[in-house]
Design a protein around this ligand. Structure first.
Ligand code: KG4
Ligand code: ZN
Length: 340
C-alpha cells in the first residue's frame, strides 16, 4: 500500500459530451473543470462525431485550467486517472490517448476508471458529507444508464437491476423533445414540473422483470398521448405544459422507485447512494429524502457538481486505486461497453 504522503491525481473524463478534468489531493477535490458542448443542442441529442472533435479542441485547455486552479504544477502530479469506458468510443479515445501521453511525458502511473464506478464512488469525495457504509445500494440514473447496484466494497459491485431499454435520462430528454423543450430536457422538465400538478395526467408504469425497469414503452405512451391530444387541440401542449412535465416526471420517478423499494426489501440494505445526471432532479431528491425519513433509510445524495458527468468522480476512483497500486499498462484501450 502506498500511504501517508499526500498524492495528487489528475483525472480526465471524456466518455460522452463533456470534456472534464479535475485535480485531487487524496480524496479532496482541488479543482473540477468542465467544458460542456453546446453544439449538440441544435441536434436534440449528442452527435458522436461532433463530440469527439469538440473533445480534441477542449482537452488541452480544460486540463491546463484544472491544474492551474488546483494551485500546483504538472510536475507535482503522482498519477493520471482516465475514463476507460463505458461511453462513446471516439470520445473515450481522446481522453485515453491524452492521459497516456501525459503519463509517459511525466513518467507517472496511469489509472483506468470505469465511468459507472465513478458515479457510485463519487460519494467518497471529502465534501463534508458522511461517506456511505458498506454494503449499500448504489443507484445510477443518467442519460446513458439506469441501474441498481449492490456495493459490498469499493470495487466489489454487483448489478442487481437495470433498464431493459432506454435510460431514465434518455426518457426525460425524449419526452422533453416532443414537448418542444431544449436539449437536454431533464432540467427543463424539472423546472416546469414545480408549477404543475403531478396527478393531472396518468401514464402507465411499464412492467419489467425482477429489479429491472423499462422506459421505452413509457416514452411511446407519452408520444401517442400527445399526438392524440394535439390533433384535437393544437395548443394542448402549450396550455398544459407544467401539468404535463409534472405528470411525466412523477411517473419517471415512480418507475425507478418501485424497484428501489423492491431492492431494499430483497437485500435488507437500507443504505442508499444515488448518482448520475438525473440525481440532480428535485422531485427525485425530495422523494428520496421523504422516503428515507419514513422508512428509516440512510440516503446519500451528491452535491450537484458531482451528479452530472464530471472528472472529480473519476479522480476519487483514481485515488482509491492509487492506494492499492492498481495501475494500468500503456496498452490499455478505451472500450464503449464496460460492465460495472
Ligand atoms: O450523468 P450525465 O451527465 O451523463 C450521462 O452519463 O448520461 O446525465 C445526463 C442526463 C441527461 O439525460 C439530462 O437530461 C439529465 O441527466 N438531467 C436531469 C436533470 N439534470 C440533468 N434530469 C432530470 N432532472 C434534472 N434536474
Ligand atoms: Zn455518467
Amino acid at each position: 500500500m502506498i500511504e501517508q504522503k499526500p498524492c495528487y491525481i489528475l483525472a480526465i473524463e471524456s466518455s460522452c459530451d463533456d470534456t472534464a478534468a479535475a485535480v485531487l489531493k487524496n480524496d479532496l477535490v482541488l479543482s473540477n473543470s468542465i467544458a460542456n458542448q453546446s453544439i449538440h443542442e441544435a441536434y436534440g441529442g449528442v452527435v458522436p462525431e461532433l463530440a469527439s472533435r469538440a473533445h480534441q479542441q477542449n482537452i488541452v485547455p480544460v486540463v491546463d485550467q484544472a491544474i492551474k486552479k488546483a494551485g500546483i504544477t504538472k510536475h507535482q502530479l503522482d498519477a493520471i486517472a482516465f475514463t476507460r469506458g463505458p461511453g462513446l468510443l471516439g470520445s473515450l479515445l481522446v481522453g485515453t490517448s491524452f492521459a497516456k501521453s501525459l503519463s509517459m511525458g511525466l513518467s507517472i502511473p496511469l489509472i483506468e476508471v470505469n465511468h459507472l464506478q465513478g458515479h457510485l464512488l463519487s460519494h467518497f469525495i471529502a465534501d463534508g458529507n458522511p461517506n456511505p457504509t458498506f454494503p449499500f445500494l448504489g443507484i445510477t440514473v443518467s442519460g446513458g444508464h439506469t441501474q441498481i447496484v449492490k456495493v459490498t466494497n469499493y470495487f466489489t459491485m454487483e448489478e442487481i437491476g437495470r433498464t431493459q431499454d432506454d435510460a431514465i435520462g434518455e426518457a426525460f430528454d425524449k419526452c422533453g423533445k416532443v414537448l418542444g423543450l431544449g436539449y437536454p430536457a431533464g432540467p427543463h422538465i424539472d423546472r416546469l414540473a414545480k408549477e404543475g400538478d403531478p396527478a393531472a395526467f396518468t401514464f402507465p408504469i411499464p412492467k419489467a422483470e425482477g429489479l429491472n425497469v423499462s422506459y421505452s414503452g413509457f416514452k411511446t405512451a407519452v408520444i401517442n398521448f400527445l399526438h392524440k391530444n394535439t390533433q384535437n387541440n393544437a395548443a394542448f401542449i402549450k396550455e398544459n405544459l407544467a401539468d404535463l412535465c409534472a405528470s411525466i416526471q412523477y411517473t419517471l420517478i415512480e418507475i425507478i422507485f418501485t424497484k428501489i423499494f423492491k431492492a431494499v426489501e430483497q437485500t435488507g440494505i437500507k443504505e442508499l447512494a444515488i448518482g448520475g445526471g438525473v440525481a440532480a432532479n428535485s422531485g427525485l431528491r425530495e422523494k428520496l429524502q421523504t422516503t428515507a425519513k419514513e422508512k428509516e433509510w440512510t440516503v446519500h445524495i451528491p452535491p450537484f457538481a458531482y451528479t452530472t458527468d464530471n472528472a472529480a468522480m473519476i479522480g476519487i476512483v483514481g485515488y482509491l486505486k492509487y492506494r492499492q497500486e492498481s495501475f494500468a499498462g500503456l496498452d490499455q484501450a478505451a472500450t464503449a461497453r464496460l460492465p460495472i
